[in-house]
Ligand binder design. Structure first.
Ligand code: CAA
Length: 388
């Protein structure tokens, strides 16, 4: 049975997140965008009201919310500002591999800290020479006694400057391609150097940094999952987090759609509000369809996870469609505003810049198509058992 009815708890979560976005995020979002400021106050407040670490398991002190719950929250927060939401949500990306492969002892320590305090964790996969092609990474982890020693550089790391923990992927068998990669949980120390904070086109209230590991020693207990099985752990992580990115893209599109709709009713040209012109009506209709379908695809990809099913293709459908739609809807919102849309004083200019990254991070729209094509053409994948 297909049932899109939200539970009372989910409706309340959605309202909490919307209210937070309206009262705490929107009033400062455009200012933080202008200055590239860091939303520490908002992070503290979001932590306090339970809008961070929503997937932290209950047995380690977290709220243990489901994937659909998380998507409902992320859409509403991104309706407020997707840059700030990226800062708030990055713990979820860094935490997913720990929940999948960390020992009870490590999960207790890690989730215990994140739940107790507004601490941050970063997911370190991408390198200057290894973006879409994950297995070409060069960061090395060498086993020395009961420790691993990490050396290498990661780039485009969300919250890299402020994180206390890093979930780091490195080669443990450099000649084995994707079968020689492992995942480690690294606590920040003096050997972890933050080299560069990026000056970005959009989502300027999120922090994006280069993180370098210089002979960083990691106790063997912080190896997450099995040695040399890190690639699959990364892929399983992205299956779990791409629905959240799709939800954020839906939030951007919803905001752009609302601004454009309101403006079209106020702006008068040729003697009538521009909403009376069919040219504008059709744009508004296409925007509404894209927002609606983005939300449905997002919910579907999240519900499968909540049901314990593999969602690789649905996750890529949602991420690809919602991201591309957010870019299109935000661009059309600027078009509806006409020349005013191009001016920073009006809200849709920021949304258009913010939307662009949705097509890039956590796998570009082209990588999502690659995943969809492979899942469609290779029954090996489609028939694979549900990931843990
Ligand atoms: N679940 C489980 N296993 C999977 C899987 C999945 N979803 N996808 C692939 N695998 C398995 C395959 O079955 C295969 O297994 P075997 O070793 O048993 O054969 C293995 O993994 C290798 O798979 P591929 O041959 O498909 O690997 P590939 O090298 O061709 O890469 C890819 C596939 C989809 C292109 C992948 O590299 C990818 O997703 N790239 C994009 C990376 C990405 O999204 N980066 C974002 C970084 S995070 C970020 O952006 C956030 C931030 O903070 C800014």
């Amino acid at each position: 049975m297909v049932d899109f009815t939200l539970t009372d708890e989910q409706i309340a979560l959605r309202e909490l997140a919307h209210d937070f976005a309206e009262k705490e995020i929107r009033p400062v979002a455009w200012e933080l965008d202008k200055d590239g400021g860091w939303p520490q106050d908002i992070i503290n407040k979001a932590h306090e009201v339970g809008l961070m670490n929503t997937h932290a398991p209950e047995r380690f002190g977290g709220p243990g919310l489901g994937y659909l719950d998380g998507c409902l929250i992320e859409e509403e927060l991104a309706w407020g500002c997707s840059g700030i939401t990226t800062s708030l949500g990055a713990n979820g990306l860094a935490s997913a591999p720990i929940a999948l492969g960390g020992s009870d002892e490590v999960q207790d320590e890690f989730f215990g800290e994140l739940v107790a305090e507004p601490k941050l964790a970063s997911f370190c996969l991408t390198e200057p020479g290894a973006g879409s092609d994950v297995s070409s990474m060069r960061t090395r982890a060498e086993k020395k006694g009961d420790k691993y020693v990490l050396n290498g550089q990661k780039c485009f790391i969300t919250n890299g400057t402020y994180a206390d923990w890093y979930t780091v992927y490195a080669k443990t068998d450099p000649d084995a391609g994707h079968r020689g990669m492992s995942c480690f949980l690294v606590r920040r120390d003096d050997t972890v150097v933050i080299d560069k904070k990026e000056d970005k086109m959009g989502q300027r209230a999120s922090n994006t940094a280069t993180v370098t590991f210089n002979d960083t020693e990691v106790d063997a207990k912080y190896l997450i999952g099995e040695e040399n099985k890190g690639f699959k752990l990364a892929m399983m992580t992205l299956d779990r987090t791409r629905p959240g990115v799709a939800a954020m893209a839906t939030g951007i599109a919803q905001a752009a759609f609302e601004y454009a709709t309101e403006y079209s009713k106020e702006r008068v040209q040729f003697g009538v509000p521009i909403a009376m012109h069919q040219a504008i009506q059709f744009m508004i209709a296409d925007m509404a369809t894209k927002v609606h379908l983005s939300r449905l695809a997002t919910w579907n990809s999240a519900v499968l996870l909540d049901q314990g099913k593999r969602n690789t293709i649905e996750s890529s459908h949602a991420k690809r469609f919602a991201s591309d739609s957010a870019m299109e809807v935000a661009t059309d919102a600027v078009q509806v505003y006409g020349g005013y849309g191009f001016i920073k004083e009006y809200p849709v200019e920021k949304l258009m810049r913010d939307a662009k990254i949705m097509q890039l991070y956590e796998g570009t729209s082209q990588i999502q198509r690659l995943v969809i094509a492979r899942e469609t053409l290779l029954p090996r994948r489609a028939e694979a058992p549900a990931a843990a």
